[in-house]
Design a protein around this ligand. Structure first.
Ligand code: NAD
Length: 264
């Protein structure tokens, strides 16, 4: 593993990896979106400084009205910042990888829809933890627009229920203790195994099973690059680790790639 003592050299090496690669998978976490103004979970000032993760287990949501109220309070607050957020240089750099025909797919733990807003095509984005932009009834599966449900909460409803069947409404995101979406999870494992370059951007790599996915890429023979502000438990498996602002680093990498591919 090479660490960021000579940033310039590491950026150059990653750009070289990208130019040579044919099937790049980019894996993003909450740190890819902090520069868009959306707090991550674990950093200082992040969501877990304000709320207790223990309150947000799926089982509690199913069984306890007070937990549901807390969930909607937290989720409503987070959605207000998601709605306003715009793609930042991380998302734009990844969108450029698709334009350069280098991107196999993005596997994202994020629920903010910013890869779509940045211009990546829908079929290239695997949302492992779902999306906050829609809501479903847990009983009859009727879908609701998030803005409509958000308005109900802002009008004073504490726990919204389905108009058709009175079932519990919940955003289409995966909570702790809730099953991962099978299709997306299988796709993520397969595409990672088949990739030749796997780039992690802005993830603490501690949430399972998502955190195992980079190791799957490594087993398939891919080079592994980790770009994150803080160290992660998987740094030892990486070919390159760059610690710093994901926006700055991705912008510099793409600048070099453009130069090398003669598109600047
Ligand atoms: P995390 O909060 O556990 O870790 C984020 C990591 O990003 C940290 O290690 C931090 O050092 C790094 N980071 C923060 N800002 C950075 C920046 N500007 N540049 C580089 N690195 C930066 O997040 P996670 O690993 O993605 O997993 C936690 C869960 O959080 C996921 O399940 C995800 O669904 C959820 N989440 C999503 C959003 C979102 O959609 N934007 C926001 C908060 C949490």
């Amino acid at each position: 593993m090479t660490r960021s003592n000579d940033m310039e050299e590491l950026i150059e090496t990653v750009a070289e990896f990208i130019v040579r690669a044919r099937r790049i998978v980019v894996f993003t976490g909450a740190g890819a979106s902090t520069e868009s103004g959306i707090a991550d979970f674990r950093s200082r000032g992040g969501i877990w400084d304000k709320y207790n993760p223990e309150d947000f287990y799926f089982q509690k949501f199913l069984t306890n009205e007070e937990s549901r109220e807390k969930y909607w309070q937290m989720s409503t607050e987070v959605y207000e910042s998601l709605k306003k957020a715009k793609p930042n240089p991380v998302h734009l750099a990844i969108a450029e990888l698709e334009k350069l025909d280098k991107l196999d797919c993005i596997i994202t733990q994020n629920i903010d829809g910013l890869h779509h807003k940045a211009g990546n095509s829908r079929e290239k984005i695997i949302e492992l933890h779902g999306t906050a932009l829609s809501v479903s009834c847990l009983s009859c599966r009727r879908k609701y627009d998030r803005d409509e449900v958000q308005q109900r909460i802002l009008n004073g409803v504490k726990v919204p229920r389905c108009d058709d069947c009175e079932g519990l409404l919940k955003p289409d995101t995966i909570s702790f203790g809730q099953a991962m979406p099978e299709r997306e999870t299988n796709q993520a494992y397969d595409r990672s195994f088949g990739s030749d370059l796997f780039i992690v951007v802005g993830s603490s790599l501690v949430v399972q099973p998502a955190a195992y996915i980079p190791l799957r890429a490594k087993q398939g023979g891919a080079k592994l690059v980790i770009i994150n502000r803080d160290p992660t438990p998987h740094d030892g498996y990486a070919d390159i680790v760059i610690n710093g602002s994901a926006g700055e680093i991705m912008t510099q990498i793409l600048g070099k790639v453009r130069g090398k591919m003669g598109n600047s």
